[in-house]
Design a protein around this ligand. Sequence first.
Ligand code: DGJ
Length: 725
Amino acid sequence: MGIVFDEQQNVFMLQTKSTTYAIGIVEGYLGHIYYGRRVDSRDIKYLLRYEENPKTPKVNQREKNSFLDQFPMEYPEHGMGDYREAALCIRSLGGYRASESLYQSHWIQKGKKPLEGLPASFGTERECETLCITCFDPILHMEVELYYTVFEEADVITRHVQVQNKGKEAFYIEKILSASMDFDDRDFELLSLHGSWARERHIQRTSIGYGRQNMGSIKGESSHQEHPFLAVLTKGANQEFGEVYSMNFVYSGNFIAQVEKDQFDRIRMSMGIHPEGFCWKLEVGERFIAPEVVLVYSDKGLGKMTRTYHDFYRNHLIRSPYKDKKRPILINNWEATYFDFHEQKLLEIAKEAKEVGIEMLVMDDGWFGKRNADDSSLGDWFVNEDKIKGGLKQLVDQVNALGLQFGIWFEPEMVSPDSDLFREHEDWAIQIPKREITQSRAQYVLDLSRKEVVDYVYEAVAKILRSTNIAYVKWDMNRQLTTLGSVALPADRQGELYHRYMLGVYELQERILQEFPKLLLENCSGGGARFDPGMLYYSPQIWCSDDTDAIERLLIQEGTALIYPVSTIGAHVSVCPNHIVGRNTPFQTRGNVALCGTFGYELDITKLSREEKELIKQQVVNYHTYNELIREGDYYRLISYSDNKYYDSYMFVNKEKTNALLFDTQILARPNRKSRNLRLQGLEATKMYMIEGKQYSGAVLMNVGILLPEEQGDFMSRVIQIKGV
Ligand code: DGJ
């Protein structure tokens, strides 16, 4: 049983296969007792320290403030005396900010219900169990429901929060985080992912000092710069050793992820919608649902955390029929032509692509309105017949006749100032009246908090998809939100726009998928600015970065694969010198790096040499041979070149541990060295494995390791098969 309530102790025990999460009730206050390695005794409530000075308010009313400021609150609220980071801040109609919601009731049920309008994990009644604890503030007549779903086998707990107004007047939610967790410091470090355009999700580790350290986005998307993920880990924890506590937010908009070390050396870790620019008016009877946070604890380092997330997202978050399937190898014309193409050029690419085994042509930006550069036509979703002579259907039919599937690019959330749509509906752009709308890439953002705008965009995209045989859509989003305002919202609801925008995006993608359930959707945001669990609920893959350089990609894909299955990482082979960094790398290395993703090409194949086309044929064979293992296997990170600057190695092992694949890249050649020793991971110690004609036991491979000859040249890479005997 995943969840037990011990009535004697007033303790909830949430048990997964190897973790325990315990919550206790003390005089109505919910306290976080413990999260970590599984324990079965329920006699652990003493960790709440409620008998230590200053004791509880019932015993010592005059020091209630001190109690509130040190009790490990399960869901801290603003205004009564807990000065650490609050998860909930309510402003009453009268303008007062405080709430104190005490335990009222709870229920436990098998399974998990969807979160209305939001992406969220799912599981059957056999796979998970849900606890809902209801707390109540009698002054505001506010009900706060804390939801916990325990996925026992998957070793994961998810949390989310709902607030309902049961009173007689409205109030404002100024802040609502989805999870907060207090624990004693055990000399922890902080791990987060940071980046920039073309440099997304690099791993950063720092020590935790006193005060607050937070990551976040107020850009209206999860962002290139920071990531809705946070881990607190024992100092020196590595891939195999150490404790890791992590949170990942199933949301694609503004977020905050924070740790706070307080005066008592305790740590509060929290995550949720960023409070900046947020304020939600909750009318009588209304409910607000805050998005979900996924909690993973590992007692065996980062590697175990990674594999837990990978399995969880593959089994309990991604819904697409493609998630367990080999994706078509695609060729995208963006880096091949940018805006300068016509149907003949695309057909030439398609013809040559077919010859080397590529399976889909994707027509990127520039096929609609009068778009020949990035400064016009977003919103005008009708084909530009000057470029695509004969129309879209004719092109798609011809591509299909060549034996290739067809995919298309959209940027549905945007509008160009120079577009028919904007000329007709200026008020549909997000804007503050009388203030200049800040442009970014010469475009504005559509106000998706408005039903008529969502309906228009839906019809515009669906019309194209209905018109011909389109198997794939790349859904792009190339700017962040600014000048936040909706001319359709009243003054005291403007603070709802960021979140209403996200709800509009989710509704749009949901409706598109309902009408086109077989569509392969790839999300994208100026590269990888919206690579998050929220998007994975709708699309089984996300374009990872506009940086397609193989060496840059090693770090970007390492940080991404820290949480997300490799099968979700959009990765393509492109030409050299690379368009972003100008680096030359061997074609083989580019192929090997892209194999550890969805795999495809982003180049003008008509300009490649015969040798390069032969290499593509070989890469296509590798893709078909290895994709199942890469897509569904367990991922083990062996070495990161961010740590050692010379080598980067990782491997995939199938669930039965009978088959594995090692990817090894030598970033820089080192003189006067013949070979290096590499220890593998994830194999069965007692099994025998064959590598390049030689047999080793799993124990030897993992403890003694293999010798990899040094290669001549920089940026060299190899793929080594490890086959069970
Ligand atoms: C940004 C994407 O990341 C690119 O792949 C490409 O689709 C461009 N947008 C097109 O404008």
